[in-house]
Write a protein that binds this ligand. Structure first.
Ligand code: ATP
Ligand code: MG
Length: 588
């Protein structure tokens, strides 16, 4: 991790809680004896109980996005700062939607972000036996029962915020009956949609989550790790607290929508501890507000739809807020961590402006990125008073903040490429670039005076003519002899490297895609990607992968396309992504 990330750590309410717990030695000296995880062989069952232990618990049903990065930075970051441990745990309790592909990509992403779970890699599915055993113990203690109402009846009888629910007719069935049916459910004797297991709490609770929540349901599904072994699967709300407790998690940090689940979290773990199934101290759940970013969607369902319906090129499409997409777009782990640090942690819901993410990338790249000149929308500039074979060395720093980065060498020649936008036949007010009769500096070279231009049959400018003014070369004593108000960038036609550059704009036209009853798909920006044929200066260090193109922004080599190019033998196609413009153009 770079210095930058660790220098200032803003305090937040979670740090205050951890400070308090550590001061009170909430974990020190407590024995975790008889911890079921010991039997499980968890490599780091908390023998050192003075440490905090957090976890990042993704469900392997999609690729991670920038919202997950907030949770990753928070959980792994806290563990790191407090010399604790953070587990990477796959919450794989929904067999139909999960896949090894997602497991692999999530591991890859967490590591890329700069965090390590060491040997603390766990799967909820590793605990299915415990969860089943615990469920039997709850039934035996008359804290759970098998319900044979169907899903509609359960929903109807749950009641509303104003009205209490109704007890299931099966609520008070004998313990032995529940145990027998639960075992038959496990043995696969019932079809999907058959009986379910419910916690026996209070159908009149003002918190609907405590109205006898379902904790197990039948699913004849193939699981990516346990195969066809299980016909019943635990509900997330039942599984998650148990996973935390088995792993000795101290601070179970989740997003605010789980706040109403916390009473059940505590109910369950306390009863299991009373039944001797779990060791105390038990984990505590703490909630923080999720990251909402404008102009993007972060719902996994919507991201999946964008990918499967072909609205984007894949999970790593550079326009997506997936970590894979941001990475391909040129984001660095440092930039994402800096962004998450700037977000802070609170309980207040808010939407973050996309420009905050972009500024983090600029701030990380500005001190370190190589500079280069690129012309993205080229027109020809001919210096009429130079001989055809003129090639005069010009120099520029690779990085104005870092002399050690070295010097770029390129040549001033008769035929150049400049940006179309740097020439106007009729200049608007305050336009200080090229127009007939005006003088301008060609950056790192000479002052030139525009003498004319040519247009095609559509009136489109095809070539601009200028004369250079001797003795005005940058870095020489005469450089200031002719005063100019503008400087423009250029690339020698003879030396230019050709590249395909992809310019990205926001994927959605609206800050909140799909608000006001529209489909989020209706808000897709049809102009979110533009491909241009560009010219780059010859001294660009392509192996650097990321550069600042002067006046234009930060750009990066497109990894995916490089592999495609290799696969198709077109190794000479250089594909470059614009990561971010130099100035913020999101704000209207
Ligand atoms: P779902 O549960 O609907 O599949 P999810 O986005 O919650 O989607 P998980 O894999 O359950 O996906 O998320 C893993 C962790 O990341 C959870 O602890 C979750 O709270 C956290 N997380 C997900 N989205 C955000 C977000 N936008 N901001 C902060 N944390 C998030
Ligand atoms: Mg979730």
């Amino acid at each position: 991790m770079s210095e930058k990330d660790t220098t200032v750590v803003a305090s937040n309410f979670l740090r205050n809680i951890i400070d308090r717990d550590l001061a009170e030695q909430a974990y020190a000296g407590k024995k975790w004896a008889g911890h079921p995880s010991d039997a499980q062989g968890l490599s780091s069952a908390p023998e050192d109980a003075a440490k905090i232990r957090t976890r990042f618990p993704p469900e392997p049903n999609g690729f991670l996005h920038i919202g997950h990065a907030k949770s990753i930075c928070l959980n792994f970051g806290l563990a790191k700062d407090y010399a604790g441990v953070c587990h990477l745990r796959f919450d794989d309790t929904n067999p139909e939607k999960e896949d090894q592909v997602y497991v692999d990509s999530i591991k890859d992403t967490v590591a890329w972000l700069g965090y390590s779970w060491n040997d603390n890699l766990y799967f909820a599915s590793d605990y299915f036996n415990y969860m089943y055993d615990f469920a039997c113990a709850l039934i035996q203690a008359d804290l759970a029962y098998v319900d044979e109402q169907n899903a509609d009846q359960i929903r109807e009888n749950r009641g509303t915020l104003k009205e209490a629910g109704k007890d299931s007719p099966w609520r008070n069935r004998p313990v032995e009956e529940s145990l027998r049916i639960f075992e038959d459910m496990k043995a696969g004797k019932y079809p999907d949609g058959g009986p379910c297991l419910r916690a026996k709490i209070d159908m009149a609770s003002p918190n609907i989550n405590l109205r006898d929540p379902v904790i197990y349901r039948i699913r004849h599904a193939h699981h990516h790790r346990t195969g066809d072994q299980w016909k019943i699967y635990p509900m997330y709300t039942y599984a998650h607290p148990i996973e935390d407790a088995l792993e000795g998690i101290t601070h179970s940090i989740c997003t605010l929508e789980f706040e109403d689940q916390r009473p059940f979290y505590d109910w369950l773990l306390n009863h299991l501890a009373d039944l001797g199934k779990l060791a105390r101290p038990l984990p505590h759940q703490y909630e923080f507000s999720r990251l909402n970013l404008n102009y993007v969607v972060t719902s996994k369902r919507k991201l999946l739809q964008l990918v499967t319906e072909g609205h984007v090129s894949g999970w790593d499409d550079p326009r997506l807020p997936t970590i894979a997409g941001l990475r391909r777009r040129g984001y660095t782990p440092e930039a994402i961590r800096l962004f998450c640090e700037r977000l802070g942690v609170s309980k207040a819901d808010s939407t973050i402006d996309y420009s905050v993410l972009e500024q983090s990338l600029r701030d990380v790249l500005d001190p370190v990125a190589d500079r280069a000149v690129a012309v993205l929308d080229p027109i020809k500039l001919t210096i009429t008073n130079l001989p055809d074979d003129h090639a005069e060395l010009c120099q520029a720093p690779y990085n104005p903040h870092d002399e050690a980065a070295g010097v770029r060498n390129f040549h001033f020649t008769k035929h150049l490429w400049i940006e179309r936008d740097d020439f106007r036949i009729e200049p608007p007010k305050k336009y200080f670039r090229l127009f007939p009769g005006n003088t301008v500096r060609l950056k790192y070279a000479y002052v030139v005076k525009c003498t004319g231009y040519e247009v095609d049959e559509h009136g489109e400018v095809t070539e601009v003519f200028a004369e250079y003014i001797p003795d005005t070369k940058s870095g020489t004593p005469g450089a200031d002899s002719v005063k100019v108000k503008g400087a423009i960038t250029w690339v020698s036609q003879k030396e230019a490297i050709q590249a395909e550059v992809k310019l990205y704009d926001r994927l959605f036209k609206e800050p909140v895609p799909g608000s006001d009853d529209r489909s989020f798909l209706d808000d897709i920006n049809p102009e979110s990607i533009t491909t241009v044929h560009a010219y780059l200066e010859p001294s660009i260090r392509l192996e650097k992968d990321r550069w600042q193109f002067e006046r234009l922004g930060y750009f990066c080599l497109d990894k995916a396309d490089r592999t495609i190019a290799k696969a198709t033998g077109q190794t000479d196609t250089l594909v470059i992504n614009r990561s971010v413009t130099l100035k913020d153009n999101w704000k209207k």
